[in-house]
Design a protein around this ligand. Structure first.
Ligand SMILES: *Cc1c(COP(=O)(O)O)cnc(C)c1O
Length: 430
């Protein structure tokens, strides 16, 4: 029997939920919910060995970087069908140039772009769709800035469910939309912002009996939190000083914090890494809220940034994320689109590609170092949330359209023209 239950996170409420009813918001006060467990007494040493041994196993459940840590996400009844695409098990990569540029700091990348649909959303989706399957859900839905939809569509397909997607009109990258269509999702373009699409979805969901898989669904957070177990295992259980993520709807920051808190309570780690959230300057409601000390969210009405994955003005999980920053002694910073592009360019010099939102992490580390809020030579892990190929339009805009980029040229097909062109192209890069 699973010991899991859902509980409201609001301090004054903390109501336990009826497990047959609401999955997202507290039925008493409307607050966010989280999954709680009466963890059996763990022997951390023994569990660590078990997790390690599973790496040698050929069983699909053990090959998943989420379900390999299943003791931490014990919300299924025995024998439940697990919907997995072998997500997780993503690499940790040292980045010398980017680390030097950003600090100097010891910068390591945890590359979540190496997931089945190309983003960290797969970690949450395997958990959430598995949960939905255990409740015989027929149709799942989300509003999305792109990656949630690719991921939802893939896992729903695998589970034999229909998926319905709300996206802001013409605001998500073509690659992400193509993925969702390829997996058979029904796509509704509605509203000018993610926030508007999300609001409409939440209003219509009860009428249509839709199961929402946005990160307000607490089971998403359960899957996503396993990233810290995997990361710490890869580092022989030595926590870094900082873990940095980009902040959109703030599910990822919430998940990192929940994962670390539980690992600490269970005795896996002593020291807690400080969690850093980086937002884009045109879409920085969380940053503004924390800076002002306000106890209410200060939304951004018309969020704008080229990092479309984090173009969100009313992050649903802001209260969970604030709690994580308070608990871990974390930081929040905001960076411009120019700074994001610079960081992405420097990562590319280390051979590391990612989508723009992901590069915000490294831009943020640089800014915090310069301000003396991260110390020189600190041990920093940046979570790169999405794959380079998620937004090739962005790359083409920045890398090949401009004359001065000098990376691309059309040449007449004769040797003389070719020599002349190459002379000028190679001279600049020499
Ligand atoms: C979803 C997403 C984010 C934002 O994560 P939140 O959990 O919503 O804060 C950042 N980067 C990429 C690539 C994403 O897909």
């Amino acid at each position: 029997m699973s010991s899991a239950y859902l509980q409201c996170i609001e301090e004054g409420c903390q109501a336990r939920q009826d497990p047959r009813r609401e999955e997202y918001l507290c039925s008493v006060c409307g607050g966010l919910l989280e999954v709680r467990y009466d963890f059996r007494r763990f022997d951390p040493e023994a569990i660590r060995r078990t997790w390690h041994q599973r790496r040698l196993s050929g069983e699909p459940i053990d090959r998943s970087g989420v379900w390999r840590f299943r003791e931490l996400i014990d919300f299924l009844e025995p024998g439940a069908r697990i919907i997995s695409l072998s997500e997780g098990s993503t690499p940790l990569v040292g980045t010398r140039r980017a680390g030097w540029w950003a600090g100097p700091v010891h910068l390591t990348i945890k590359h979540q772009g190496n997931n089945p649909t190309g983003s960290f959303k797969d970690l949450g989706m395997t958990a959430c769709i598995t949960r939905a399957a255990s409740r015989d859900v027929q149709m799942v839905a989300c509003a999305s800035t792109g990656n949630t939809s690719s991921s939802m569509a893939a896992y729903a397909s695998r589970a034999g469910m229909k998926s319905l997607l709300f996206v802001p009109y013409r605001q998500i990258s073509a690659a992400k939309l193509a993925q969702a269509l390829d997996f058979g999702a029904i796509v509704v373009e509605v509203g000018d912002t993610f926030d508007e699409a999300f609001r409409l979805l939440r209003e219509i969901a009860p009428e249509l009996d839709l199961y929402l898989v946005n990160s307000v669904n607490p089971f998403r957070i359960e899957g996503q939190k396993t990233i810290v177990a995997e990361m710490l295992e890869q580092r022989a259980w030595r926590p870094p000083d900082y873990i940095v993520v980009p902040g959109g709807n703030l599910g990822n920051a919430s998940a990192l914090g929940k994962g670390l808190r539980e690992l600490k309570e269970l005795g896996f780690i002593e020291k807690v890494p400080r969690i850093i959230v980086i937002q884009a300057q045109g879409a920085n409601p969380f940053y503004r809220t924390l800076e002002s000390g306000s106890s209410n969210l200060i939304p951004v009405e018309n969020p704008h940034t080229e990092a479309t994955a984090i173009r969100i003005g009313r992050p649903a999980n802001w209260k969970k994320a604030r709690r994580v920053l308070e608990w871990s002694g974390g930081l929040c910073e905001s960076v411009t689109d120019e700074e994001i592009f610079e960081a992405k360019r420097v990562l590319a010099e280390d051979g590391v590609g990612c989508e723009p939102a992901s590069a915000a992490t490294v831009a943020g580390v640089r800014k915090l170092c310069r301000a003396g809020r991260i110390e020189r030579h600190a041990d920093v892990v940046a979570v790169l949330t999405g794959n380079q190929l998620k937004d090739t339009d962005y790359i083409m805009r920045h890398r090949s359209a401009s004359e001065e980029s000098r990376q691309r040229m059309q040449v007449e097909p004769n040797l003389q023209a070719l020599r002349k062109a190459l002379e000028s192209l190679l001279a600049v890069t020499a």
